[in-house]
Design a protein around this ligand. Structure first.
Ligand SMILES: *Cc1c(COP(=O)(O)O)cnc(C)c1O
Length: 497
């Protein structure tokens, strides 16, 4: 018996289901296809099975369990209606190889989403192809390079990136075979204009700028930055991960950007803990539209279906939707349609909120962040002390508790039942704690977070070991993250005999 007992919970003969008697004749299989022994499957009762999976689900922390102020990631509440929508059989069960005639509804949804993203951002054209923000960056950089090469300008190979940027910016640049030039930030958290001027020449493809930046600050020189970069023949790439601060308030295209990626899974709500799935559409100006990754969805008037008279306004049934490759496209970046399920969620979210609702989401996100910043700067150092946008960055250190680091504070927060903020990013802040409350949190939740952070500061002074040993209440304590990345254990293996 012990030989077969390879699952801890399994006991021979236990079963969680009753299979009906077969009502078809047994198939006559070639003998080499037939097993000699039954497969080793876990044998458990129904109650063991239910408890096993419910227990596993409770080991996870998520937006649906509690406050999740993980800066830059925009862990807003994901409305459940989005999940209902993307599981509708007409969406979920379409096959990517179906003829276009049979997926007109899906294509119309993609077309409309392209239009909404154009309206929100001010860009002339959008491609939904990229599967994540970083993928959108990669697309955007290839578009900028294609633009210069198309003009016969072959001497450009550099991308300027501020030192506050997300790590994906230099990574996407390097992956594209281009060279990263890092720019300093000034004392107010803006791009340092002198450093920008010193690095601008005819080798520059463009500049990648996150606005508001990863400090949660709106760059006060944005117009000047765009003017300088354009003056040197370069293009402005907008990292749109922080669009949650701007919806309905400012259009990135009007701020001077030529290309931008959206993070649908952040700004437009898709569950994205643990790495996916995402969607990172790119928007571009008229001038760059023909370089977009394809296919994009276009529509044409369907002469046969349209019964409108000369003065009628066309409605949705008058059009045919189809996939189309832009004229000088950088090519395809993703199989089939891209991450369609994320598009349905973003579409549903946008339709549920409408224009005024999106604007309010941004206003509330900014209000929540400023409320937290105003209260927490009484407790922890705030290196860039000016009104923030949708997030802000504290220093996780205290003058009178020298042994305490940002990591200790974050780990202790878990004992208070909250997800830690982003740690040690952006790199230009010592012991960075990057806090993004999002618009979906109530004042009570924000106050509970301030209370926890205040009590932790007190504990840091009086009982520092409590923080050093934290977390005390979670299923696992401090993990060896480097070893976990180098030697990942991705599946359960039976213990050695
Ligand atoms: C999340 C993020 C990215 C990358 O987006 P992914 O969808 O995770 O690839 C890039 N820049 C910033 C500022 C971000 O917050």
């Amino acid at each position: 018996m012990t030989e077969k007992l390879i699952y801890e919970l399994s006991r021979p003969g236990r079963c969680a289901c009753f299979l009906p008697k077969t009502d078809v004749p047994p198939a006559d299989l070639p003998s080499e296809w037939v097993r000699e022994e039954a497969p080793l499957l876990p044998e458990v009762s129904e109650v063991d099975l239910v408890r096993h999976y419910v227990r596993l689900s409770q080991l996870n922390y998520g937006v649906d369990t509690g406050f999740y102020p993980l800066g830059s990631c925009t862990m807003k509440y994901n409305p459940k209606v989005n999940e209902e929508a993307c599981r509708l059989p007409g969406f979920a069960q379409t096959h990517p190889l179906q003829p276009e005639d049979t997926v007109q509804g899906n294509l119309k949804l993609m077309y409309d989403l392209q239009c909404y993203l154009r309206e929100i951002s001010g860009f002339a054209a959008v491609s939904l192809q990229p599967a994540a923000g970083a993928h959108g960056e990669f697309a955007g950089i290839l578009i900028m390079r294609a633009y210069h090469l198309d003009r016969g300008d072959t001497g450009r190979s550099r991308i300027l990136i501020p030192d506050s940027a997300h790590g994906t910016n230099p990574a996407s640049t390097t992956m594209s075979g281009l060279e990263v030039v890092q720019l300093r930030s000034d004392s107010r958290g803006n791009v340092d204009l002198d450093d920008l001027r010193a690095n601008l020449d005819d080798r520059v493809i463009g500049m990648m700028l996150t606005n508001p930046n990863t400090l949660g600050l709106f760059d006060e020189h944005l117009e000047e930055v765009a003017r300088l970069v354009h003056g040197a023949g370069g293009l402005m790439y907008g990292d749109g991960a922080n669009l949650n601060a701007l919806m309905g308030i400012a259009k990135p295209a009007a701020l001077g950007f030529d290309v931008m990626h959206f993070n649908l899974h952040k700004t437009f709500s898709t569950p994205h803990g643990g790495g996916g799935p995402g969607s990172g559409p790119v928007g571009v100006t008229e001038e760059l539209a023909r370089f977009l990754p394809g296919p994009v969805v276009i529509r044409t008037l369907d002469e046969e279906a349209c019964t409108c008279g000369p003065d009628d306004e066309h409605d949705e049934f008058c059009y045919r939707y189809e996939l189309s490759q832009p004229g000088s496209s950088i090519g395809r970046l993703k199989a089939f349609y891209g991450n369609f399920g994320v598009m349905v969620r973003a579409y549903t979210y946008i339709r549920m909120l409408g224009g005024a609702g999106l604007r309010q989401a941004s206003e509330d996100a900014v209000l929540n962040a400023n409320y937290l910043q105003a209260r927490l700067k009484q407790v922890y150092p705030l290196p860039y002390d000016r009104p923030c946008m949708h997030e802000f960055v504290l220093e996780g250190r205290l003058a009178d508790a020298p042994g305490i680091r940002a990591l200790d504070i974050s780990k202790r927060l878990m004992d208070y039942g909250m997800h830690p903020p982003t740690n040690y990013f952006p790199l230009i802040v010592h012991e960075a704690l990057m806090i993004e409350p999002t618009e979906t949190e109530s004042k009570e939740t924000l106050d509970a977070f301030v209370d926890a952070m205040t009590r932790i500061a007190e504990e840091a002074r009086t009982q520092p070991e409590l923080l050093h040993d934290a977390p005390h209440t979670t299923p696992v304590g401090r993990l060896d993250e480097v070893r976990a990345a180098r030697e990942p254990r991705l599946r359960w293996k039976p213990p050695a005999p």
